[in-house]
Design a protein around this ligand. Sequence first.
Ligand SMILES: Cc1cc2nc3c(=O)[nH]c(=O)nc-3n(C[C@H](O)[C@H](O)[C@H](O)COP(=O)(O)OP(=O)(O)OC[C@H]3O[C@@H](n4cnc5c(N)ncnc54)[C@H](O)[C@@H]3O)c2cc1C
Length: 399
Amino acid sequence: MADRHVDHLLIGGGIAAASAAAALRELSAGGSVLLVGRELDAPYHRPPATKGYLQGRLSKPEALVHPEGWWAEHDVELLTRTSVTALDPAARTATLSTKETVTFDTALVATGAMVRRLTLPGTELDGLHYVRALMNVDLLKRDLAAAEAEHVVLVGGSYLGCEVAASLTVLGLRCTVLMMEEEPMERGFGPAVGRHVRSVLEAHGVTVRGGVDVAGFAGGERIERVLLAGGEELEADAVVAGVGATPDVMLARRAGLTLGDLGGVACDAGLRTSAEGVWAAGDMCEYHSVLHGRAVRIEHEDVAARQGAHAARAMLGADVPYTEVPYFWTDLADWMSLEHLGAARDWVREEREGGPGIGPFAVRYLDRDGRLVAALSVDGGGDLEAARAELAARAGAAR
Ligand SMILES: Cc1cc2nc3c(=O)[nH]c(=O)nc-3n(C[C@H](O)[C@H](O)[C@H](O)COP(=O)(O)OP(=O)(O)OC[C@H]3O[C@@H](n4cnc5c(N)ncnc54)[C@H](O)[C@@H]3O)c2cc1C
């Protein structure tokens, strides 16, 4: 016998589940909603972790998705510090880490992603950090202060490493970004934009080194040196690694939900999983995208929020494909901002409007047939809304 029943169960305490809660309440005043999240805090926005929160410009309450009183005001039950340890989709039952069992009519699995960890010699030493949660930032800042750190090495040249380098530079630390690719962010935005990102970072004193293979770390109890393949050693007081994330499908796998080739939970175009009554949203949702014409899994905050809201509508009976154009933004301190729309990997040609150089510019990414597949706005350049309409029109045509 289950301990209790809820109409809608939201599993995971991130932006996807929090947005689903808000959409459920916007669309329907009735029906019980329970959100179960593993973290200590109520759902919060992760992007500030490497930006305003790290720089000390934004507090934890300011980073919350919904203000503290929202949950009670909207009659959504929030259980933090609690995991769903088992999910039985056939019986529509979830077991919580409190040992409580809950039956549900519909469920959303939004368990997000976990940082990818380096597997290199010396990773057991103190002074190696990863940033996923605000708590990681608290630990990083305490450690940097305690070690009287002056020089931090960032492993990884994607947006995360670049953002942390910019924020720590603002805080007065010296930063070096190391990456295998030649230019920062080039995997997402291409080498020309990558060279521009490098020039902005370097202009503010960040050392950027591409084509570098980190072989390990050395020191006493904590990291003192970063070892590069080829024998070079770099002194470092601390290291922050930003080498990607992997979808957290542990619960979904145990529950027997079908997984996709990209490592996420396989969903149809409407974000429905292989189990009746169970949807997925956010970083671990691998859905058949009408827009892309293939399965995709996207790790962007705006996508997780929109998917959570879309899944909520589906949990209330709507049956429409998810066709939103993916949107991503990043800020390097107040040095530069980037906004990106569309599918990052599919372009063969770039068309630039202005720059890269001083001032705003934009890039249109085209496929082999000359169709727009993605658009980038740097420092507000170009017309992203026109690009969004152009990209969305394709989804409309494909439906
Ligand atoms: C440092 C950082 C900076 C970022 N910056 C940007 C940015 O500038 N722009 C942008 O577009 N995107 C950014 N992103 C990406 C964006 O934050 C993510 O795409 C988004 O947070 C995904 O939300 P989610 O709800 O899917 O997953 P998560 O935010 O990962 O939330 C999932 C939650 O579920 C919990 N959970 C897992 N399993 C269980 C279980 N069994 N029971 C209960 N709870 C469980 C997890 O502990 C976690 O709290 C950033 C990400 C990080 C880490």
